[in-house]
Design a protein around this ligand. Structure first.
Ligand SMILES: Cc1ncc(COP(=O)(O)O)c(C=O)c1O
Length: 389
């Protein structure tokens, strides 16, 4: 059996340090926002080069806090790709704003300038220097690019789209810790970058966790307050605005600190697995049986997922591989513009063909640091046999 993930193997590499750190937390009995969290924030700040790194309760809460910190709420709209994990759009709705969905680039699975431009042109009209949604009147305030599967969205293009319209950019970098464009971490191109430490992420905790990066001191200060119910830094019982409880737990931070030093090596191993998949699967791809993910030319991706496209009968191929003892996953089988909770926004099947096709065709293969060469080869054999039917 080839598992889809092997978190135990990753943990075994850091177990001694993690247990030592957990013992320290237990001895101190300080369980939230303590020394482990401070160390994690310092190290992420140093690694990313961001002046401010704030640990929080989850990637979902990071996105929500970013929106609130930028003053986005009821009456506002935020453009989000229709093909991503639910949390990207969920955070917008939770902030009281309207998600507006854009298509993705079929070659990279991420939304770029062209796709955001198309959504803006289709759904908004200019009104007194602002962009207002044609039906709801909501004002477009921000773009939320998603670095899906660990591949950077084209941030230079997006900066142009946003800059021309004075829109903020909130980066959903939940799947892309350590991915870079010209050496700069994703999450550092927009106003705020949001990361997830969900256990299956490239840097995963022992539960939920997240991180916010920003270059702006005022935004950092506001995020810091919003993370603790809006309490002011100097007086914890003075609330000038309402925040949420988005504190990071010390036990999480302890595990993340133990793993953080391994992230670079683990990312290299993921790159090695991806390269082997690309080599082994090149013949069936040339024969037209599947489409392989691209290696990005303009960025250094971190391969959170290795996502192939199977043009026909993807679910049958997945079922055959599972029956053959190879675990595969479909991330994501239903695009967000067609989710029942967003029905009132009025999207129809056919509105975002790139997202809908990706949802029908995508198939994610196992990719993780401990996967060995013979495991990769076994996955490839299984996929090739499943495609042949
Ligand atoms: C693209 C994307 N955005 C947001 C999130 C939300 O992160 P979390 O699960 O930590 O809340 C995730 C991960 O789950 C994700 O994959």
């Amino acid at each position: 059996m080839i598992a889809f993930l092997d978190l135990a193997a990753d943990f075994s590499e850091v177990e001694a340090d993690a247990r030592r750190r957990i013992d320290t937390v237990l001895a101190k009995q300080q369980f939230v926002l303590g020394a482990q969290t401070a160390e994690l924030e310092t190290r992420v700040r140093e690694m990313s080069g961001a002046p401010a790194a704030l640990a929080c309760s989850s990637g979902s809460d990071a996105l929500y806090l970013a929106l609130v910190a930028l003053g986005i709420g009821p009456g506002d709209a935020v453009a989000v790709p229709g093909f991503t994990f639910f949390a990207s759009a969920g955070a917008v709705a939770r902030a009281g704003a309207q998600p507006v969905f854009c298509d993705i680039d079929p070659a990279s699975f991420v939304a770029g300038g062209e796709q955001f431009e198309a959504a803006i042109g289709r759904e908004f009209e200019g009104c007194a220097g602002q962009l207002r949604h044609r039906r709801s009147g909501a004002r477009l305030r921000a773009l939320m690019p998603v670095h899906l599967y660990g591949r950077a969205a084209p941030m230079a293009q997006l900066a142009q789209v946003a800059g021309a319209r004075r829109l903020a950019i909130i980066e959903d970098a939940a799947q892309a810790i350590g991915a870079t464009i010209d050496g700069r971490w994703v999450g550092r191109f927009g106003s705020v970058g949001c990361f997830s430490f969900y256990p299956t992420k490239n840097l995963g905790g022992a539960g939920d966790g997240g991180m916010l990066l920003t270059d702006d001191a005022a935004t950092a200060a506001r995020l810091q307050r919003l993370r603790v119910h809006g309490a002011s830094a100097s007086d914890p019982y003075l609330h000038r605005e309402v925040g949420i409880n988005a504190r990071m737990g010390e036990l999480q931070a302890a595990v993340l600190n133990a793993k953080l030093g391994h992230l670079a090596v683990w990312t290299e191993r993921r790159r090695w697995v991806a390269a082997r998949y690309l080599e082994r699967l090149a013949p069936p791809a040339r024969a037209g049986a599947l489409i392989l993910p691209q290696v990005a030319a303009e960025s250094q991706q971190v391969w959170h997922q290795f996502a192939v496209r199977v043009a026909e009968r993807r679910d049958e191929v997945a079922a055959r591989m599972e029956a053959d003892g190879v675990a595969v996953r479909v991330f994501y089988p239903r695009p967000l513009h067609l989710q029942p909770c967003f029905a009132e926004l009025g999207y129809q099947t056919g509105d975002l063909p790139g997202c809908e096709r990706a949802a029908q065709q995508v198939l994610c293969l196992p990719i993780y640091p401990s996967l060995r060469a013979d495991d990769v080869d076994r996955v490839c054999e299984s996929l090739i046999a499943a495609l042949a039917g």
